[in-house]
Design a protein. Structure first.
Length: 289
């Protein structure tokens, strides 16, 4: 553990190791004519830190005077401790470093989690509506995820587990918004008998637009508050939510719904081609007779 030193040169006893403490006390004890051998000094440093790390202190000494109860700490040694050390207001209990191998595993797992979520949603929507609805929704949500991750790359922001949680959150949010539009399209298909499918989709989007703007707007305000006032810890999480809400809102209207229109036009064209081919085949058969 790297020792923390105050501006006046004193050592933070709550954030130091036995070797650093012994090195700090060696010279001052000799200057104070305290008879301590090297083995005794090492044992003394270990005893002091053992006292610090046991309950009820658990790593945090509030007052150096409490060290008088440590075996081997005489009044002279305690005086030297007060001269050379100070009790810091916090202690570092553990330090963990995520290396490149673990980081790569986290990225791989994050990609798998997002893909599994998209696959499960595709199955659900295909069962709830039709398979083309599921494909359109998954493409829109995949677009939202790619755009969000791309902005993280552009702004050089780290992707950690909190960002992964935000990505899964925006996947669910965008999917829910898309399902609302699709559900209205399905209802209007049952009620509206006139007009083209393009007009029906446009009507359905307009009917759900006010709900989408109000819901997304309020959620965006909350995410913006987290981004502005949440601090560094929530910066990545809130940034992903802000981007995801904006992208997810327009993808439901401008990506998922146009995919349905494209498939409808493609299906109608195939049906017309099939009918034309069938009619031509019947006419050819009549001429042959």
């Amino acid at each position: 553990m790297t020792p923390l030193v105050k501006k006046n040169g004193k050592l933070d006893i709550n954030n130091t190791g036995a070797a650093d403490l012994a090195d700090r006390l060696r010279g001052p004890l000799q200057n104070a004519s305290v008879p301590v051998s090297e083995d005794q000094l090492q044992a003394l440093a270990k005893s002091i830190l053992s006292f610090r790390d046991t309950a009820p202190r658990s790593g945090l000494i509030q007052n150096l005077g409490a060290l008088s109860s440590v075996p081997g700490v005489t009044p002279q040694i305690l005086q030297v401790l007060n001269q050379e050390c100070y009790p810091g207001g916090f202690t570092i209990r553990n330090v963990e470093i995520v290396g490149p191998k673990i980081g790569a595993d986290l990225r791989h797992q994050a990609m798998l989690v997002v893909l599994y979520a998209l696959a499960a949603m595709l199955v659900y929507i295909a069962f709830r509506f039709e398979w083309v609805y599921g494909v359109a929704a998954v493409i829109a949500v995949f677009h939202d995820t790619v755009i969000t991750i791309g902005l993280f790359s552009i702004f050089n922001k780290p992707i950690d587990l909190t960002v992964l949680a935000a990505l899964l959150t925006l996947v669910g949010y965008s999917m829910n918004d898309t399902i609302v539009v699709f559900d209205r399209i399905r209802e209007n298909l049952k009620l509206q008998r006139r007009g083209s499918f393009r007009e029906l989709v446009n009507t359905s989007i307009n009917q759900t637009l006010s709900r989408t703007v109000l819901t997304s707007g309020l959620t965006l305000l909350t995410a913006l508050s987290l981004y502005v006032f949440g601090g560094q810890v929530l910066n990545g999480f809130s940034f992903a939510l802000v981007v995801g809400i904006i992208v997810g809102t327009y993808s439901s209207v401008f990506i998922a719904s146009p995919i349905l229109l494209f498939w409808s036009d493609f299906s109608d064209q195939r049906k017309r081609s099939t009918r034309t081919a069938s009619a031509s085949a019947r006419n050819t058969a009549k001429v042959a007779k």
